[in-house]
Design a protein around this ligand. Sequence first.
Ligand code: NAD
Length: 436
Amino acid sequence: MRVTVVGGGYVGLVTGACFSHLGNEVLIVEKVPEKVEKLKNGESPIYEPGLDDLLREGIKEKRLHFTTDIKEGVDFSDVIFICVGTPSRPDGSADLSQVEEVARLTAKNMNSYKLLVEKSTVPVNTHQLVKKTVQRYLKDDVPFDVASNPEFLREGSAVYDFLNPDRIVVGVESEKARKIMEDLYRPLTDKGFPLLITDPATAELIKHASNSFLAMKISFINMVADLCEKTGADVELVARGMGYDRRIGKEFLRAGIGYGGSCFPKDVKAFIKIAEDNGVDFSLLKEVERINSRRIERFIEKVKNAVWTLKDKRVAVWGLAFKPNTDDIREAPSLKIVPELLKEGAKIRAYDPKAVENFKKVFVEGEDLTYVGDKYEAVKGAEVLLILTEWEEFAKADMEKVRELMELPIIVDGRNVFNPERMKELGFEYYSIGRP
Ligand SMILES: NC(=O)c1ccc[n+]([C@@H]2O[C@H](COP(=O)([O-])OP(=O)(O)OC[C@H]3O[C@@H](n4cnc5c(N)ncnc54)[C@H](O)[C@@H]3O)[C@@H](O)[C@H]2O)c1
């Protein structure tokens, strides 16, 4: 099949590259010319494991193309995936202007049947607005459908997740749209991955409900961690004990400095707002948010308890990305923790395997904040090491070497990367989350 993907970010690139890998001919429309130039040369503008290989494969086999021209995208195929951003507005609602723009431009450029597929995360009933927009801007009486196909990939394992989904959710209103979506996903459903067909409103809601539920699990275990700290219990074991229960499941029960990223914070906010707008009191989710934002204060308190004052303290930071295996720093805890440390007068040396370039754009290098290209370089002469992202290379670090390089062997681990007993044996003063 031919497929158009509008938006060449994390979701658009992975969607486009994977559909091309599954044998389709794909055109990705991205409005930022520099990104398109890079992509045409086979370079990915983002870091995502496995993506580069699929992009190169698609380009080599001439199944993957890129353009900045939406008209070209609309002409290219009957199926148009909307993969643009839906950021938060100040009141928490989703800013749907990018989605509206794609609907409007598609309508203006189409002269045969099109299926517009919302892959961006949108509030329930956005498909109605997309439909209305297309109808308004259509020049002739051209048939079209709007479907919802929310994306559940996780950054850091996005390619794997797209090709091995827990489920594919498709919300459609016509047989024609249903057939197109079933054909498109057949290579995956033939392998046994489940496809759930619903109406568009239900599909839209499934996405917000899923992300909000996962955020709730994280906030829940973080409160349990606080209680563990007060009582001498170990949150890692509590989580394991809970996770064996299939009704609970072990995923997303990792205590730490809270959730971040481009999805959970904004999706929880948008879900609260859409509930409010519909007269439904979802204050449970407000508490989820409140708990999450408190994690940063709790962590800073922990750091201060460990080192007393931060003024002129040499602080090593390991990890800036909001999670491992990505260069994405959107809503990362590091964005709140680093300025707090700087405000207190700390001298920071920060390292992240992939996210330094993005972080530098927000916090420019200066006297009090330097970026280094190696984890050992970061800890040289440091009086405390803070771990903000659980990259695997941190867990595998030579901690004897780290102890020798540091001036004081103090670690405050926001992600429970290490075993406290082992750290003690190595001579560290080690603080983590929810563990004795
Ligand atoms: N990142 C994730 O892990 C993830 C997972 C599931 C769902 N989502 C959802 O998918 C959507 C996209 O997320 P993302 O992380 O890929 O965002 P992103 O910001 O990385 O990418 C969006 C891209 O769309 C481009 N764009 C905007 N308007 C355009 C237009 N009119 N024409 C062409 N290109 C245009 C932007 O330049 C940008 O490159 C959001 O709604 C998000 O909530 C994201």
